[in-house]
Design a protein around this ligand. Structure first.
Ligand code: NAD
Length: 390
């Protein structure tokens, strides 16, 4: 058992700073190392703008990951590393870390390339370290309540609609303009950097469905691609996406996403049905709609929506990002994975499902079985990481 987990963060951008903010408040964690190729992202003053009370005392900073890992000895080592870098920028760091015996928290999507993710997974398995992937939505108190509600249900179908605006993407901290990416650093709008909106954002909704409904067996997708004259500064992700995920149980999940430009409009919908009911998140509440009276109801006694609406009891409201950090630190500290809601290995199905959506669209909406996606020689080129140009 580790008394206090010595933690390092690799990538001090939007997500790394959020994790650092959480770790700063978790007693069992001691931040000892920070790594980012751009020195400005390691400055105390900059980090202090995002993390209240931050100071660099006792923390080593590195612009080269190899130097961080080179210090992996009694005095200056880390027990766990967080990887919060753009998913197209991995260069063997996760594999090197786990091979050195370091536990890992890897942000989603763990890669844009299935082969690369498989190599990371194999190294994690063989090292036997603790691992998790940043699916913080599993830690949302409302999602947790739905998970429990659905345990004994015959799940049928869910639909999530997320209409977003391209301009709603944040400006990131990676100097993409120096790496052949967008000049405005809004890399989530770029297919080469984000892997499409389904891979970058939709993987959250899909993974939450997996938390409720188990593993995905197949994917089918059609995208409406952005017109060439509507692409600005590398923001070339499609206008809209229509994806169906078929689960092993027969459950279907329809994911409809949009990222329009010059609209500044966004809204959404999410609902799931089992064989005899519906469940929806309604703001801070979770409502389930089902009938409990005598069946069939007496003539003229049709139940009203009030009769059907049941509020689902919720655990205490919490910040999912803070909670996923607490769980990971507790798991590493105790050497026991039970606080975790996923591992790197168990998250591979989420990655395969969204990467297979891109493949399905590419093949004109063909149904892609995930087993084939992962193993068939027909899709080998699609799984492979292209040679890094920058
Ligand atoms: N779970 C969530 O809710 C959530 C939210 C936001 C982002 N993310 C994920 O976190 C990851 C990082 O996204 P972000 O928003 O923080 O991007 P970002 O561009 O703001 O930050 C990435 C940071 O990594 C640094 N970096 C780049 N390459 C590196 C390397 N090889 N080694 C070390 N540092 C490197 C950059 O300089 C930058 O500071 C992405 O995979 C993203 O999808 C997850």
């Amino acid at each position: 058992m580790i008394q206090q987990v010595r933690v390092g963060l690799v990538g001090l951008g939007q997500r790394g700073l959020q994790h650092l903010g959480a770790l700063w408040r978790i007693e069992g964690a001691k931040v000892v190392a920070l790594c980012d190729p751009f020195p400005e992202n390691l400055e105390e003053e900059k980090i202090g703008r995002f993390v209240e009370g931050f100071c660099l005392d006792g923390i080593r900073t590195y612009t080269r990951f190899d130097d961080l890992l080179g210090n992996q000895n009694e005095d200056a080592g880390v027990d766990a590393l967080y990887f919060c870098i753009p998913p197209n920028r991995h260069g063997g760091e996760v594999i090197a870390a786990v091979t050195a015996g370091v536990h890992v928290f890897v942000e989603k999507p763990v890669s844009l390339y299935y082969d690369e993710a498989m190599e990371m997974e194999a190294a994690i398995q063989s090292a036997g370290v603790i691992s998790t992937v940043g699916f913080n939505q599993r830690h949302d108190h409302r999602h947790e309540a739905i998970h429990h509600l659905l345990q004994d249900k015959r799940l049928v179908m869910a639909t999530a609609v997320a209409n977003g605006a391209l301009e709603a993407h944040s400006t990131k901290h990676t100097r993409t303009e120096e790496l052949g990416g967008p000049g405005n650093r809004v890399w989530a709008a770029s297919a080469a950097w984000s892997g499409t909106t389904v891979v970058e954002a939709g993987i959250h909704q899909l993974d939450t469905m997996r938390y409720w409904a188990g593993d995905v067996a197949w994917t089918r997708a059609d995208y409406v691609h952005r017109d060439a004259e509507d692409i600005e500064d590398g923001g070339d992700n499609p206008y809209a996406y229509s994806v169906t995920f078929g689960f092993e149980s027969g459950f279907l999940f329809n994911l409809l996403l949009a990222r329009l430009r010059k609209t500044f409009w966004g809204d959404g919908y999410a609902g799931l049905m089992w064989d005899h009911g519906h469940v929806k998140i309604e703001g801070d509440e979770v409502a389930a709609y089902y009938y409990e009276g005598p069946y069939p109801p007496a003539e003229g006694d049709r139940p009203s929506s009030n009769d059907l609406r049941h509020l689902v009891a919720l655990p205490e409201k919490r910040d999912g990002t803070f909670h996923i950090n607490q769980c990971f630190i507790e798991a590493v500290g105790r050497g026991d994975t039970s606080p975790l809601r996923n591992s790197f290995s168990s998250s591979m199905n989420s990655l395969a499902a969204v990467l297979a959506a891109n493949l399905s669209d590419h093949l004109g909406g063909r149904k892609i079985m995930l087993d084939d996606f992962a193993t068939s020689s027909e899709f080998a080129d699609f799984r492979r990481k292209p040679t890094q140009e920058t």
